[in-house]
Design a protein around this ligand. Structure first.
Ligand SMILES: [Zn+2]
Length: 59
């Protein structure tokens, strides 16, 4: 089980030019906008995982 989560797009500029930042621990750098950011796992939501696939969400 890894805590690593790889973002697909930069949350700031939306580019895909992401590389792991040297500080590690979920840190990434975007070479398109030259920003560094960090992803952090905050924990599971208290409401738990939804298991119903039906529902009235207009699927
Ligand atoms: Zn960016």
């Amino acid at each position: 089980m890894s805590e690593r989560a790889a973002p697909f797009y930069c949350p700031y500029c939306g580019d895909e030019d992401l590389f792991p930042h040297e500080t590690g621990h979920g840190a990434w750098e975007c070479r398109a906008c030259n920003r560094a950011f960090q992803l952090k796992y905050l924990g599971l939501l208290s409401r738990g995982v939804r298991s119903d696939t039906g529902g009235g969400d207009g699927i």
